[in-house]
Design a protein. Structure first.
Length: 94
């Protein structure tokens, strides 16, 4: 068994060789965007990578289009019916 300390301080015990995928599926309901990878002991890892030792875990979610556009300084288009961001506007000519 290995001991995982989650981002919220919770301790989990899992069999050696387990992956982060079950944790990502469990916590996915708490996020509006999908969880795409994990950070295990400070290293970015795939959700399906087998864990062989104790460590700390953070789950990384894909940023929403509006967050991504704001981080990159881009304008973005929203769906006029739902006001949901649909795609960034990329300006190739500066």
């Amino acid at each position: 068994m290995i001991t995982l300390t989650l981002y919220n301080g919770e301790i989990r015990h899992m069999p050696k060789g387990s992956t982060l995928l079950p944790l990502a599926e469990e916590f996915a309901k708490d996020f509006a965007t999908p969880i795409v990878e994990g950070i295990f002991n400070g290293e970015t890892i795939d959700l399906q990578a087998p864990l062989q030792e104790d460590g700390t875990v953070r789950l990384v979610r894909k940023p929403a289009i509006s967050q991504y556009a704001k981080m990159k300084g881009l304008r973005y288009v929203t769906n006029v019916n739902t006001n949901v961001p649909t795609a960034p506007i990329v300006n190739f000519h500066r």
